[in-house]
Design a binder for this molecule. Structure first.
Ligand SMILES: C[S@@+](CC[C@H](N)C(=O)[O-])C[C@H]1O[C@@H](n2cnc3c(N)ncnc32)[C@H](O)[C@@H]1O
Length: 176
């Protein structure tokens, strides 16, 4: 019994250490967008059934799950950390509708094809200058009428179309 407890204890500590410090391995920290702000993003992006939305750096999938449930949009989550990819897949695995609407891919967000996206959601740490690299990618990949929501960090040298608190919405055209 005691051995079982200590194995479980070590496993739990290892899981928690990985969860909170995996940013050191993948060069990407984790924090979730507060629910209220996800609601604001959905409204400002004017999401509608049938649209395709990408969350670049999807973490545990909170944004994807909210958008899929509320707006019935197709969602694609791109996440570099395999554990978060696995946990997100686990979260949606028991819900038929979420499984139909949400796709999760383990990849570097700078290397995925974004041509089909109608809207992009991001909440990324900008320590590595990722917002500048991502801006160039969005300009080259996205449809002309695509919109981008960024929580907390602005895209350099871009004026948002609309903003509410720390949520900024950009039109692709305003990034060029
Ligand atoms: C601040 S969290 C945001 C999570 C979620 N989008 C949300 O708003 O609740 C950023 C996430 O982006 C992921 N990430 C950072 N850089 C990435 C990259 N280059 N490619 C894919 N995922 C990345 C991190 O692993 C982390 O899970």
């Amino acid at each position: 019994m005691t051995t079982e407890f200590s194995i479980l204890g070590y496993a739990l500590v290892a899981f928690l250490l990985y969860f909170f410090f995996s940013g050191l391995i993948w060069g990407a920290g984790y924090e979730f967008t507060p629910r209220k702000q996800i609601e604001v993003a959905g409204e400002l992006l004017k999401l509608k059934e049938g649209m395709i939305v990408y969350d670049l750096g999807s973490g545990l999938g909170d944004v994807l799950i909210f958008f899929a449930r509320k707006y019935k949009v197709k969602c694609v989550g791109i996440e570099v950390d395999p554990l978060k990819v696995m946990l997100t897949k686990l979260r949606i695995s028991t819900d038929k509708e979420l499984k139909r609407l949400i796709q999760i891919k383990r990849a570097n967000l700078l290397s995925v094809d974004l041509r089909e996206a109608d809207a992009i959601y991001v909440f990324l740490y900008d320590k590595t200058g990722i917002m500048k690299s991502l801006k160039a990618k969005l300009v080259s990949d996205l449809k002309d009428d695509a919109k981008i929501a960024s929580y907390w960090h602005p895209f350099p040298d871009c004026i948002p179309q609309v903003s509410s608190g720390r949520m900024r919405i950009y039109a692709k055209q305003s990034m060029i």
